[in-house]
Write a protein that binds this ligand. Structure first.
Ligand SMILES: Nc1ncnc2c1ncn2[C@@H]1O[C@H](COP(=O)(O)OP(=O)(O)OP(=O)(O)O)[C@@H](O)[C@H]1O
Length: 580
C-alpha cells in the first residue's frame, strides 16, 4: 500500500486549482495529509508550502470525519475556537472537501470566499459548487493513482530492460510500425548495428522454415541483412507491439549439432597388419574431398573409420553429421535428409525443418546403412551428389552444398544391384574410395589390444581393482569368431568386468558362456567322433523337447530318425541315466 503523497503531483493540482478559481470566482487551496499547503490561488499562492498543522482546524476536522463541511461563518464557527487567526480571519465562506483514494483521505481541498460577493456566489449556488468540488477532488485522486501506476510501470520497464540487456539471446521490441522501441546489446551485435538503433525501421520475412526450436527469419535494417532463428511474440500495444527473440543462424546450427551429435572421438586401436594398413589408408585419403564407401560386417568400426577420416581432414573444425538410414522410418527419412518448408506435407511441423545435408554444409555427412535406403531416395541422393545442391521439400530454393560424403553399409551392394534393390549409378558415385572394415576374427592381434583397452575402460568405469587376465581367457577370446565384431567384444569385456571377483583376475568363470561354447568353431579345435556328435545331438534334442513318450516322437522327428532308432541309441549311449 502506498503512502499517497500529493506533493508528487503538486504542479498538476495547482493547474486544477487555477482553473477552478477562474471558473468559480473563488480562491482554492489544497493541503496534503500532513496539513501542508501544496497548492493555492490568489491570496494563498504565496503561502504554498506553509505548514498549517497549528491552525488548520477545519482541515484537520475534515480529515478525521472524512466528511465535506461548509462553513458560513469563518472565525466564529466552533471549529475556529482554537485558531490563532480567529479574530482577524479574512475568509467569508468555506467549503472544505476530503480527497479520497478508496476510503483513505489523502488531502483536503478548500473553496474559499474572501469577500461578500464570492460568499453570496457560493451560498446561492451551493449545490452546484458542491457537485463541482466533488468532481475536482475525484480528478485529483485520479491524477495521484495514475502517478503511482506510471511509476510502477516505469520501474517494471526499468527492471525488464536491465534483464533483457543482460540476456545472451537477442531481443528487439518493435512498435506497430516495426520501428525499434528497444533493442539489447546482443541483438545490436548480431545484426551489426551501433548504439543508435532505436527508431530504425525493421523489415522481416520468414520462409517458414524451422531450425532447432525456432523459425528462420530474414531481417533487414539500415542496410544490414541477416538470417536469424527465433520467435516473434505479438503484444497488443502501440509502442511495444512485437518482440523479436532470436539467435544468429550459425550459432543455432552449431547448438543443434551439439545437441544431436553423438560422435565418438576415440582413436582406432589395433596393432594388426590389417589395422595398420587401414590407418595408412585413412591418412592417405583424408585430405581429399572424394566420396568414401566403407563396407564391412556390423560392429567392425565403420563409423569410427568415418569419424577418423573427418578428424584427419581439413573439415575437422566443421561438422560431422551422421544419419542412420536404417534407423529412421522410411516416411521420415526424406525430410530428415532434405528438410522441408512450412506446410510442405501433411503432418510436417508447421514451421519447417532444416535437413541433414544442409546442416552438414562445409563439413562431412555420414550416410550409415546406405544399403537400407529406399530406391526412390537413392535417385534423390544421386542428384545431390552430382549437382552439389539440396532443395528443401516444398521449396524451390536450391542451397549449394560443400560437403564430403562418407557412406557405409554391411550389405552386399553388388548383390543388391543384381536384385534391382540398389542403383548401380549411385554405387559408382559412392564407391570412389572403397574401404573395407575387416571382421575382427581376421585381425587377431587387435583382439588383444582391444581387450586391454576395454578392460581399462570398464574397470575405471565400475571402480574395480584389476590384477590381470588368465592365459586361457585370452585364448578363449582369440579362438572365438566374434560375429558381432568389436561391439560384441566390448560387450563381452563389460560383462566380464562385472563378473570379476575380489581377486581382480579375469578367469574363465567370468567369460560369457557363448564364447566358451563356441570357442572351438574356428582354430585348432579337437575333432569329435561321429558317435560323440550323435550322442551330443540326441541329448540336446531331449533337453529341448523332454523325455515323455510324446516328446520322444518330436525328438526323433527333429533328428530325422525313427522312434525305434531313437530308443535304441538312447540305450546304446546310456543316455537315460544322464540328467538333462
Ligand atoms: N579399432 C577400434 N578401436 C577402438 N574401438 C573400436 C574399434 N573398432 C570399433 N570400435 C568400437 O566398437 C563399437 C562399434 O563400432 P562402430 O559403431 O564404428 O561399428 P560399425 O561398423 O559402424 O557398426 P554398425 O554397422 O553396426 O553401425 C564402437 O563403440 C567403436 O568405438
Amino acid at each position: 500500500m502506498h503512502k499517497y503523497d500529493l506533493r508528487l503531483v503538486a504542479d498538476e493540482i495547482q493547474n486544477y486549482a487555477d482553473a477552478v478559481s477562474k471558473i468559480a470566482n473563488v480562491e482554492v487551496e489544497v493541503v496534503d495529509r500532513d496539513l501542508k499547503r501544496i497548492a493555492g490561488t490568489g491570496y494563498y499562492k504565496d503561502k504554498i508550502g506553509v505548514d498549517m498543522s497549528d491552525k488548520g482546524y477545519v482541515n484537520k476536522h475534515v480529515m478525521e470525519t472524512k466528511e465535506l463541511i461548509v462553513i458560513t461563518n469563518p472565525g466564529e464557527n466552533e471549529l475556529c475556537a482554537n485558531c490563532p487567526d480567529r479574530d482577524n480571519c479574512i475568509e467569508t465562506f468555506e467549503v472544505t472537501t476530503p480527497i479520497f483514494i478508496e476510503d483513505e483521505v489523502i488531502g483536503v481541498l478548500g473553496l474559499i470566499g474572501l469577500d461578500d460577493m464570492s460568499r453570496s456566489l457560493l451560498e446561492n449556488n451551493l449545490e452546484n459548487y458542491l457537485d463541482f468540488v466533488r468532481q475536482i477532488t475525484n480528478f485529483i485522486s485520479a491524477v495521484m493513482v495514475n502517478y503511482y501506476q506510471e511509476e510502477e510501470n516505469l520501474s517494471y520497464m526499468g527492471t525488464l530492460k536491465t534483464i533483457i540487456s543482460y540476456l545472451q539471446e537477442a531481443v528487439i521490441v518493435l512498435d506497430s510500425n516495426n520501428v525499434i522501441s528497444f533493442i539489447n546489446k546482443s541483438a545490436e551485435n548480431q545484426i551489426g548495428l551501433d548504439e543508435n538503433s532505436i527508431g530504425l525501421k525493421i523489415n522481416y520475412s520468414t520462409p517458414g522454415d524451422k531450425v532447432g526450436s525456432g523459425s528462420e527469419y530474414f531481417i533487414e535494417v539500415n542496410g544490414h541483412r541477416r538470417y536469424v532463428v527465433g520467435e516473434i511474440v505479438n503484444v497488443d500495444n502501440e509502442k511495444f507491439n512485437k518482440i523479436l527473440l532470436f539467435e544468429g543462424i550459425r550459432k543455432v546450427k552449431s547448438e543443434l549439432y551439439d545437441m544431436t551429435s553423438t560422435i565418438s572421438r576415440s582413436d582406432i586401436i589395433g596393432s594388426s597388419e590389417v589395422t595398420k594398413n587401414l590407418l595408412d589408408r585413412i591418412a592417405q585419403i583424408s585430405k581429399s574431398n572424394s566420396t568414401v564407401l566403407i563396407t564391412g560386417e556390423s560392429g567392425t568400426g565403420k563409423e569410427l573409420i568415418a569419424t577418423s577420416i573427418w578428424q584427419n581432414s581439413d573439415r575437422a573444425n566443421n561438422r560431422f553429421i551422421s544419419i542412420n538410414c536404417a534407423a529412421i522410418p522410411e516416411t521420415l527419412l526424406e525430410s530428415e535428409l532434405f528438410g522441408y518448408t512450412r506446410g510442405a506435407f501433411t503432418g510436417a511441423d508447421s514451421r519447417g525443418k532444416i535437413g541433414k545435408f544442409e546442416l552438414a554444409n562445409s563439413g562431412v555427412i555420414f550416410l550409415d546403412e546406405i544399403g537400407d535406403m529406399p530406391i526412390y531416395l537413392q535417385s534423390k541422393i544421386l542428384r545431390v551428389l552430382e549437382n552439389r545442391v539440396v532443395t528443401r521439400l516444398g521449396s524451390n530454393k536450391e542451397i549449394p552444398l560443400d560437403i564430403r560424403v562418407i557412406a557405409a553399409t554391411n550389405k552386399d551392394l553388388s548383390k543388391m544391384i543384381k536384385e534391382g534393390r540398389f542403383r548401380e549409378d549411385l554405387y559408382y558415385r559412392l564407391n570412389v574410395i572403397p574401404i573395407e572394415a575387416r571382421p575382427l576374427r581376421e585381425r587377431k592381434a587387435d583382439i588383444v589390444d582391444l581387450t586391454l583397452l576395454f578392460v581399462e575402460r570398464y574397470t575405471k568405469l565400475f571402480g574395480k581393482n584389476y590384477k590381470g587376465i588368465d592365459d586361457e581367457v585370452m585364448d578363449a577370446l582369440l579362438n572365438y569368431n566374434w560375429p558381432g565384431n568389436v561391439r560384441e567384444l566390448e560387450n563381452a569385456i563389460e560383462f566380464m568386468i562385472n563378473m570379476m571377483g575380489q581377486d581382480g583376475r579375469l578367469t574363465l568363470d567370468t567369460v560369457p558362456r557363448d564364447i566358451l561354447v563356441n570357442k572351438n568353431i574356428v582354430g585348432d579345435e579337437e575333432i569329435k567322433t561321429l558317435c560323440q556328435l550323435e550322442k551330443d545331438e540326441i541329448i540336446k534334442a531331449l533337453s529341448k523337447y523332454g523325455k515323455t513318450t510324446e516328446a520322444k516322437k518330436i525328438v526323433a522327428e527333429s533328428l530325422g530318425i525313427g522312434v525305434a532308432t531313437l530308443y535304441r541309441k538312447i540305450k546304446q549311449y546310456e543316455i537315460e541315466e544322464l540328467s538333462f
